[in-house]
Design a protein around this ligand. Structure first.
Ligand SMILES: Cc1cc2nc3c(=O)[nH]c(=O)nc-3n(C[C@H](O)[C@H](O)[C@H](O)COP(=O)(O)OP(=O)(O)OC[C@H]3O[C@@H](n4cnc5c(N)ncnc54)[C@H](O)[C@@H]3O)c2cc1C
Length: 315
């Protein structure tokens, strides 16, 4: 059976959702070791087991910037244990560790993949291109295979696995080990988190002004929805980058996605096209967003939204 390692970062004292998504894939490919970066706890390790990890390599960087020491430790361990593949998420620390590890192991990184398969010759990865309308396949035969997977590619579902065996991964001193995290900030947010919300309402340039984003927030409130945005209005300074959905923003997969005054550029679609039901409000009947929408309202957001908000608030 293939051995697959999965890099998982701790967030709020628990495994990240992205890490659990990777476990869901990894357990279909082989025997899974979770490389867990964080303080660690029996509860956190139990969650890893429930999601299919049979063992855990636990690394705690303390206050150190983790990527350099972790890549060094992993390179040594991989040389000893020869896993076929290491999965990472398409996220900041993951990319940092994967790049450094690739340099140490003298292998490549397959990045931004939406699926991965081990084959007789090596590994194959799928990559969505042109806004997800096409899938390109890449392959490599030079292992161990380091693969970065896009968020929301797999559902994070527990399978009721037992407690994993936990081993400590000591982090060595390497060049850059002296770099320390001196301060960290929790992103300010109200309501549900964009990446995990069941309903997302996003606004685009069709709103006309920064003040009109208020309509998006008013629509989101009675729906218990998170609010998102296109890059156009992030670049215009109407809303912070944390709200950006798309190729260079967040990937979301809510049950319902409401696109308000959004044209549907492929760089936006790639971040939301897998939503369960897509509802678009746009005054241009030929806007590309309607090609992915399940429900479409052709109309001016300034007329449609106030009526919709009033109707919802009256329910
Ligand atoms: C490398 C790269 C990465 C990118 N990454 C991202 C990304 O991550 N996310 C992202 O979103 N974009 C991204 N973009 C930008 C993307 O190409 C588009 O420019 C952007 O998504 C357009 O945003 P928009 O739909 O708000 O604006 P527009 O394209 O200007 O569309 C506005 C829409 O509003 C409609 N409208 C106007 N007035 C009204 C009204 N009163 N009522 C109803 N509808 C109205 C118009 O018909 C139009 O369809 C990226 C681009 C590049 C090159």
């Amino acid at each position: 059976m293939a051995s697959v390692w999965v890099f998982i970062e701790e967030v709020d004292a628990a495994p990240s959702v992205l890490g659990l998504e990777l476990l869901a894939k990894a357990r279909t490919v082989g025997d899974v070791t979770a490389v867990y970066l964080g303080t660690g706890s029996d509860e956190a390790f139990a969650v890893l087991g429930e999601h299919g990890a049979s063992s855990v390599l636990h690394a705690d960087a303390g206050g150190r910037l983790p990527s350099g020491p972790l890549a060094a430790a992993l390179a040594d361990r991989i040389a000893d244990e020869s896993p076929e593949m290491v999965l990472f998420g398409q996220a900041y620390t993951d990319r940092d560790v994967a790049g450094r590890l690739a340099a140490r192991l003298d292998v490549g990184v397959l990045s931004n993949a939406s699926d991965v398969r081990l084959t007789d010759d090596g590994v194959e990865t799928d990559h969505e291109i042109f806004g997800g309308s096409q899938v390109a396949t890449a392959s490599s035969s030079n292992g161990p295979f380091l693969v970065l997977i896009r968020p929301k590619s797999f559902p994070a579902e527990p399978i009721g696995g037992g407690a994993p065996s936990v081993f400590t991964l000591e982090l060595p001193e390497v060049d850059g080990s002296e770099a320390r995290v001196v301060e960290s900030h929790v992103e300010e947010r109200e309501g549900p988190q964009l990446g995990d919300a069941a309903v997302v309402v996003s606004g685009g340039r069709g709103l006309g002004s920064a003040d009109a984003y208020d309509l998006v927030e008013k629509l989101a409130k009675p729906l218990g929805a998170a609010t998102g945005a296109t890059r156009a209005i992030v670049d215009a300074g109407w809303v912070p980058y944390a709200k950006q959905v798309g190729q260079t923003g967040k990937t979301v997969k809510p049950n319902v996605y409401i696109a308000v005054g959004i044209s549907g550029a492929m760089q936006h679609l790639v971040g939301m096209k897998d939503a369960g039901t897509i509802i678009a409000i746009n005054k241009d009947p030929d806007a590309p967003i309607f090609s992915v929408a399940d429900l479409g309202v052709v109309g001016d957001v300034h007329k449609v939204l106030p009526q919709l908000i009033e109707a919802l608030e009256n329910r």
